[in-house]
Design a protein around this ligand. Structure first.
Ligand code: FES
Ligand SMILES: [Fe+2]
Length: 430
């Protein structure tokens, strides 16, 4: 990859092609329970911009530019009072839409409408605050991801700060060729019952791939033989601008999840995950989660800093708690932490001019091309990016694994599953 392309894809501030692409979409930004009615404002960094987030006494969320519109004091020090945030410098007050509603230092003047803060459109769904950072007065329709159509009780949300650029963090999820090494390299097929799905997976660590360009992004099928007559498929998704689904569970399980790789700035990423249903990872024949399983994140205590939230305790400063005597491939405990260590090990922004991609990296190549195409079409023609005006393209998009007869068309099987989950979801086509 050329240096210009690397910069094109990794920069997310205002005015950058990818940054503007991301600003066209709704995406999750923080947990709902981080904001308490009339509680402390929270510093929130998104796409290289700094905001304060607060919840009013009536329970509504406000996310506004952190610089006061008077003399630019930070509203992080502001007081969350009576349906707005009041700057502690001279007392100007702003409502959650950014409108200046009180100006005690200018009591004899009407407040000009031009005095306002940039304010994000927000929406709360299943424990997460979603935002729209674009310029439309009426935001685009809300994306119809499966997890947004589930009940709140069935959803589990988590956030982790990753200390690297969003693209390399995201690409860990669509780089399916690494699973057999990084996560499962220490496990042999003999650990599993002969003929079981995991047995075949470990017997063949070099699956074949088919990549499909979809209306919302890209999807892959990594497939390998499972005995004489069947094929084992693992299917994952990339959805513009920065959503992924990996395949840790069976398509029959009813489970679904969604990961958003939200840039905080170009060197830090919020991994925001929503899971719904039985999302337990692959287990060995004794029922033990593989490679340590999805151990829950252990967090450092949150601070009020821009990057002080959701920091993992096992991090680059302590080599992610690596202990090479552990009976796994890396000595790092658990799949999420292994991914965290490896993607951060590439540096704050990976130098892609040095990489050498092969045929097993086609999902990565095609997804990058899809991002560039959408960002260029937006910048050059003002074209609405995929999914922005068509929220239904996300309906019943899931990831997972399955066994099919050798002769079956895997995409047709997936579409059959999808019709069962939600009759009327548009089929995925090649
Ligand atoms: S700087 Fe905020 S009121 Fe003056
Ligand atoms: Fe991984």
């Amino acid at each position: 990859m050329r240096q210009e392309e690397n910069e094109f894809l990794t920069q997310t501030g205002p005015g950058t092609p990818m940054g503007e692409l991301m600003r066209q979409y709704w995406f999750p930004a923080m947990r709902s329970d981080e904001l308490v009615a009339d509680g402390d404002p929270v510093r929130l960094r998104l796409l290289c911009e700094d905001f304060v987030a607060f919840r009013t006494g009536s329970g509504e969320v406000g996310i506004v530019d952190h610089f006061c519109a008077h003399r630019c004091a930070s509203l992080f020090f502001g007081r969350n009072e009576d349906e707005g945030i009041r700057c502690v410098y001279h007392g100007w007050k702003f409502d959650r839409h950014g409108k200046c509603v009180d100006r005690p230092s200018e009591p004899h003047e009407a407040i000009p409408a031009s005095i306002r803060l940039k304010a994000l459109k927000t929406r709360e769904v299943n424990g997460l605050v979603w935002v729209y950072m674009g310029t439309r007065e009426t935001p685009p329709p809300f994306p119809e991801f499966d997890v947004n159509r589930r009940s709140e009780e069935s959803c589990d949300v988590s956030i982790a700060l990753r200390e690297c650029n969003w693209l390399q963090a995201l690409e860990g999820d669509i780089d399916t060729a690494h699973v057999g090494f990084l996560h499962l390299g220490g496990v042999s097929a003999d650990n599993f019952e002969k003929g079981s799905i995991n047995y075949y997976r470990h017997l063949d660590l070099a699956p074949r791939y088919e990549i499909v360009e979809t209306r919302y992004g890209t999807m892959y099928d990594a497939y390998r033989p499972a005995g004489e007559s069947e094929t084992y498929h693992r299917v994952g998704q990339f959805m513009l601008p920065f959503f992924t689904m990996t395949p840790p569970f069976d398509f029959d399980s009813g489970a679904t999840h969604l990961r958003a790789w939200v840039p905080a700035d170009d060197h830090h990423t919020w991994l925001i995950e929503i899971k719904s249903g039985d999302v337990t990872l692959t287990k060995d024949k004794d029922g033990k989660p593989l490679s340590g399983g999805t151990v829950g994140w252990t967090y450092l205590p949150n601070t009020t800093d821009w990057l002080g939230r959701w920091r993992i305790a096992e991090n680059k400063s302590n080599d992610y708690g690596m202990d090479r005597s552990r009976p796994n491939y890396t000595g790092i405990n658990g799949i999420p932490l292994q991914d965290q260590a490896i993607t951060e090990s590439m540096g704050p922004i990976q130098d892609r001019t040095r990489e050498h991609l092969g045929s097993s990296d086609r999902m990565i190549m095609l997804s990058r091309r899809r991002m560039m195409k959408a960002a260029k079409a937006l910048a050059e023609e003002g074209a609405a990016p995929p999914g922005v005006e068509t929220p239904e393209v996300y309906q019943s998009i899931r990831s997972g694994f399955m066994l099919t007869p050798n002769e079956a068309d895997w995409l047709a099987v997936i579409n059959d599953y999808r019709a069962g989950w939600n009759d009327g979801a548009p089929p995925i086509t090649r």
